[in-house]
Write a protein that binds this ligand. Structure first.
Ligand code: ZN
Length: 569
């Protein structure tokens, strides 16, 4: 039994994510986790909410709540939506957990001991009224470029110019509104990534099987310009993992926390430790190569914007610690999913968000479309036309229709049990051969995490059954040779649990309905196809399921297209 550690990039706590976020990390990670479990392997599937940083503080202030309370509430909201999409995390953690605080501080100490952390003095905007240094986003003023009055310290939202807080005209604190600001000297900790450059470079070079998207981004950061730069890992915030703590090998970092990008990936480990607290399981055998993790295969899933942190910063933390932590074996990264001729926009409410999607249709419809159109080799685009066609054809016409036709036919002619009589001939032998080839190809695509190819092969497997039914036409054969019609029905009914098991990673709810209808809930992965097609013997009772997938009407499509064009309130 192989052991698979699988992590999805952790979504930021601030707000509900759109479908582009979902298909860029959590959903493909879930597909892979479900597949590996179905193959009988041991899986640890981890995700969490990323809760620290300025945006969380600002969102909490906007909601009029203490930031800890805001994060706890939003974590529950995101956990519920994840459940709605059937994301099968073994644990959905929180980067604000005590486990992550402890581990983040532990890594910082180890890195400092290895000489990989240096202190840097900078000048930064200080607000006397607030008694604190202000991060860029806590400063607003007039844009020197366009005159916009609410430009932020890091960027003007009106003309998009990148800014420095000192560029702003009449800058003020967004906390108190105070204009009594001055530049003061302050200290920050930097991770000496530049000292790790050659080691990281050699490590990336050894990953010849990784997607080009992943390695090309890593290489760009390693070599473009002056090469890999040291990175500030502290910020002037109160919400986060304190950078000054008992046992810290530095001083003078009071009132600062670790930068969210330092502690967020460490939460993969901490979340597994949280899982231990919940279940009593052993997290170290997943993460410590000296404690059993040396036979673990670790796969990460993420959007391309997260690649630099996972190919460079986090490995620099792991390798730099000098301790036997498990390093990632494979990084599957994704391009962006665009929405109907433009981009998804959280701020403008453009596109479909996860909570809204589940109000329209059950999870399987979205899972199927998103995974079968995953933005692997290039950006992909969601259009309502394409979504409608894909759901109606693949799910309703091909898979749903197959299940419905054969169960209804059998019920009407033989009753609700697998019929006996007749025997299989050349047509059945050809189908078994075709299915065997296809199922083995499907397994290869899933192992290689080629998600679109896997979806296409699965669809081909559904089509093969439909074509068999169409060509063998048991409804006609029944008139002259009921025994032969029974043999055809027996095969087709036996295909349903096979389809269910193969399809479950993509469409788990429909798969469950199919298995329940066939009274075969514990069915395993099909090895030898002929054997699997004989698993349910004559006389085995089944029930005829309700419509598996309904069709999306043109009226619905038009209504939804208009509804999600922009401005969510
Ligand atoms: Zn401007």
């Amino acid at each position: 039994m192989a052991r698979h550690l699988i992590t999805s990039a952790i979504p930021y706590i601030n707000g509900i994510k759109h479908l582009g976020n979902l298909v860029g990390s959590q959903l493909p990670a879930d597909l892979f986790a479900r597949y590996q479990r179905a193959r009988g392997n041991e899986v640890m599937f981890i995700c969490a909410t990323d809760e620290h940083g300025t945006p969380a503080e600002l969102a909490a202030a906007k909601a009029g709540k203490p930031v800890a309370e805001y994060c706890a509430e939003m974590h529950e909201v995101q956990a519920k939506i994840a459940e709605g999409f059937r994301l099968s995390f073994d644990h959905f953690g929180r980067s604000s957990s005590p486990q992550n605080h402890r581990l983040t501080q532990h890594f910082a100490v180890k890195l400092a001991e290895a000489g990989l952390i240096r202190e840097v003095s900078e000048t930064q905007m200080y607000s006397k009224a607030d008694g604190r240094f202000l991060p860029d986003r806590y400063i607003e003023g007039t844009c020197p470029n366009c005159g916009f009055e609410s430009a932020r310290g890091d960027q003007c939202d009106n003309c998009t110019k990148q800014l420095d807080p000192v560029d702003l005209i009449n800058p003020h604190s967004t906390i108190s509104g105070s204009t009594d600001l001055e530049m003061r000297e302050t200290k920050h900790l930097f991770l000496r990534q530049s000292a790790m450059k050659d080691r990281l470079d050699a490590w990336i070079d050894s990953k010849s099987d990784w997607p080009v998207l992943t390695t090309s981004i890593a290489k760009k950061w390693l070599h473009d310009g002056d090469g890999l730069q040291d990175r500030g890992i502290t910020r002037d915030l109160s919400w986060g993992v304190p950078a000054q703590f008992e046992g810290a090998p530095w001083s003078g970092m009071e009132g600062k926390v670790f930068y969210v990008w330092f502690d967020a990936p460490i939460e993969y480990i901490a979340a597994t430790e949280e899982w231990t607290e919940k279940t009593g399981g052993d997290w170290e055998r997943w993460w410590r190569t000296d404690k059993g993790a040396d036979d673990v295969t670790y796969t990460q899933f993420m959007g391309k914007d997260n690649v630099p942190f996972h190919t460079l910063s986090f490995p620099a933390t792991i390798l730099g610690s000098g301790e036997p932590w498990k390093l990632v074996d494979y990084i599957k990264s994704f391009n962006y999913l665009n929405y109907d001729g433009g981009q998804f926009s959280t701020s403008r409410g453009r596109g479909v968000f996860m909570d809204q999607a589940l109000e329209l249709l059950p999870a399987d419809y979205w899972r199927w479309w998103l995974l079968s159109h995953a933005p692997e080799s290039a950006d992909a685009e969601f259009t309502w036309e394409n979504f409608q066609v894909s759901a109606n054809k693949d799910l309703a016409d091909v898979l749903g229709n197959f299940v419905s036709r054969i169960t209804k036919f059998t019920r009407s002619k033989f009753g609700e049990a697998i019929p006996e009589g007749g025997s299989w001939g050349e047509q059945e032998a050809a189908l078994i051969e075709d299915l065997t080839t296809r199922i083995r190809a499907y397994e290869t695509h899933m192992e290689e995490k080629d998600i679109r190819k896997a979806a296409m092969e699965l669809r081909g497997i559904w089509v093969a059954g439909n074509e068999y039914l169409q060509a063998s036409a048991p409804w006609s054969v029944f008139k002259t040779d009921p025994d032969q019609a029974a043999a055809i029905a027996r095969l087709a009914l036996n295909l349903i649990p096979i389809y269910a098991v193969l399809s479950a990673p993509f469409i788990p709810d429909a798969a469950k309905i199919m298995l329940e209808a066939m009274g075969d809930e514990d069915r395993g992965w099909p090895g030898d196809v002929k054997t699997a097609l004989e698993a349910l013997p004559a006389g085995h009772a089944f029930s005829t399921p309700e419509v598996l997938f309904r069709k999306i009407t043109d009226e619905e499509r038009e209504e939804w297209q208009e509804r999600f064009a922009g401005t969510r309130d």
